[in-house]
Design a binder for this molecule. Structure first.
Ligand SMILES: Cc1cc2nc3c(=O)[nH]c(=O)nc-3n(C[C@H](O)[C@H](O)[C@H](O)COP(=O)(O)OP(=O)(O)OC[C@H]3O[C@@H](n4cnc5c(N)ncnc54)[C@H](O)[C@@H]3O)c2cc1C
Length: 435
């Protein structure tokens, strides 16, 4: 339980809150969208600096860039940018905060086409642990600038971001196939095996997203192609996944960019949920967030494609899953690998894909034991790398989340926050479960 929440309205206010916390000897942490999987935007006995009032937005259409307050969430940004014909390579979920997402990398609907969200950052305003306000970019506070693009929110509090913007594609072709069988062990192994053989991470960047999702009672594979369906069909024809028996097209449709954003980015899976695509963003959010839910999740980031033993283990765990569990593999590659490995702090550029493991049965202990059991079983085969934005409790978080960048990030943390007052890579799950 935090001691205090503050809601500053400017970088100067954030600085005052930081100085006040330091004087009182308290730890402090920033909160943007509040989506961290282990509630790391809360700090027991400390101060939560909630950025909800930092809502400045300036779009420079000549320079194709924008400056955005660190309190924004993706949904309100997407709706504004879409009207102007721009795309930001953010998450597929509209409730996520722009800051938390960028600080951890940021993957989603445009990752293979445009890279992780952190790759689009041009500059940031940051309040340091002593309250000083600085501008960080490739020339000024270059180490800090490197760290806040994928290395987490541990080095200062970002109050605004400057991003490069990209012109949206004319159309997006969505191909989503489902399998008639539920997610049985054999079927999941076959689909994930075919996904590996297809190697979607080596496809052109027009395949902006490609994924397999195995749920408790459904199994599907999809990709989003930036171009006409005639082109997407060629990609589909080259994939062994779509040749597997007993699949059927659940969605096979070309969208304008605006319709795509409205319909596909909110994780509502059925077309009928959409009221024929005429819903306002506020209605969508209401439908999405009508209930609270709790879950346990983690990620696998294999540095090479999975071998058949790893596929078998994952498939075996899937059939032991609780209700409302899923495993989702999303291909990386494309623009993610097109920049140097140390372009910024995002550490796992060479991974072919990331795999999210999620359980939401209503029994947190069972969820946790399933997620941790699966990870422990496959780690010896694929290593222990994880994706920071799917944060979960691990023994050596610096190594698991930052691997080759861990030592450099720890040195930057020491230089910018020597007292360790800002946030942390801590694990609050046990307390929450016990409560
Ligand atoms: C429903 C759901 C869907 C998701 N979908 C995706 C997805 O498609 N792609 C993806 O990559 N991730 C996704 N995520 C994960 C998400 O990116 C991370 O949880 C992210 O950290 C959330 O950011 P936030 O601002 O909403 O959360 P918060 O909990 O507010 O912040 C996350 C962390 O960043 C720190 N922080 C926040 N703002 C600042 C700041 N301005 N300065 C310094 N530190 C700060 C916080 O202290 C905290 O440690 C999803 C999460 C959920 C719950």
């Amino acid at each position: 339980m935090p001691l205090a929440f503050v809601q500053p309205a400017s970088a100067a206010d954030v600085s005052a809150a930081v100085r006040c916390s330091v004087e009182a000897g308290l730890r402090f942490v920033a909160r943007n969208g509040g989506h961290n999987y282990e509630a790391n935007s809360l700090v027991g006995g400390g101060v939560v600096i909630d950025l909800i009032n930092l809502q400045e937005l300036k779009i420079d259409s000549k320079a194709n860039s924008m400056t955005v307050g660190a309190g924004y969430r993706l949904g309100s940004l997407y709706s504004k940018l879409t009207l102007l014909g721009y795309v930001l390579p953010g998450s597929t979920c509209v409730g996520v905060g722009i800051s938390g997402l960028t600080l951890g990398g940021g993957i989603g609907h445009a990752t293979r086409a445009l890279g992780v969200l952190a790759d689009s950052v041009l500059a940031a305003t940051v309040v340091l642990a002593n309250g000083t306000v600085v501008e960080a970019d490739s020339k000024s506070h270059a180490d800090l600038f490197w760290a806040i693009r994928g290395g987490g929110g541990l080095y200062g509090i970002v109050t605004s971001w400057k991003f490069k913007l990209f012109k949206a594609p004319k159309q997006v072709s969505v191909v989503r196939y489902r399998f008639r069988e539920n997610c049985t062990e054999a079927k999941y192994a076959a689909v994930l095996g075919a996904f590996n053989a297809w190697q979607p991470w080596t496809l052109p960047k027009e395949v902006a997203l490609a994924e397999v999702q195995c749920g408790y009672d459904s199994l599907q594979v999809q990709f989003w192609y930036w171009g006409p369906m005639s082109e997407a069909n060629k990609t589909m024809a080259s994939s062994p996944v779509f040749k597997l028996p007993n699949s059927y097209p659940f969605i096979h449709k070309e969208y304008s960019w605006a319709d795509f954003v409205a319909q596909r980015m909110t994780n509502l899976h059925d077309e009928m949920d959409w009221g024929n695509g005429n819903l306002l963003l506020s209605d969508m959010l209401q439908r999405l967030y009508k209930e609270r839910s709790s879950f346990v999740a983690a990620s696998l980031v294999p540095l090479t494609p999975l071998n058949s033993s790893a596929v078998k283990i994952i498939a075996k765990f899937m059939v032991q899953a609780q209700k409302h569990a899923f495993i989702q593999s999303r291909a990386w590659g494309g623009q993610v690998t097109a920049v140097a490995d140390d372009f910024n702090a995002f550490p796992w550029r060479q991974a072919p894909f990331e795999c999210q493991v999620y359980s939401n049965s209503g029994d947190a202990r069972k969820d946790r034991s399933w997620v941790d059991g699966l990870l422990a079983a496959v780690h010896p085969l694929i290593g222990k790398a994880e994706y920071l934005n799917y944060f979960h409790c691990v023994n050596d978080p610096w190594q698991a989340y930052f691997g080759p960048h861990a030592a450099r990030l720890q040195a930057i943390k020491k230089a910018y926050d020597p007292q360790g007052r800002i946030g942390g890579l801590y694990c609050q799950q046990d307390n929450i479960i016990d409560e």
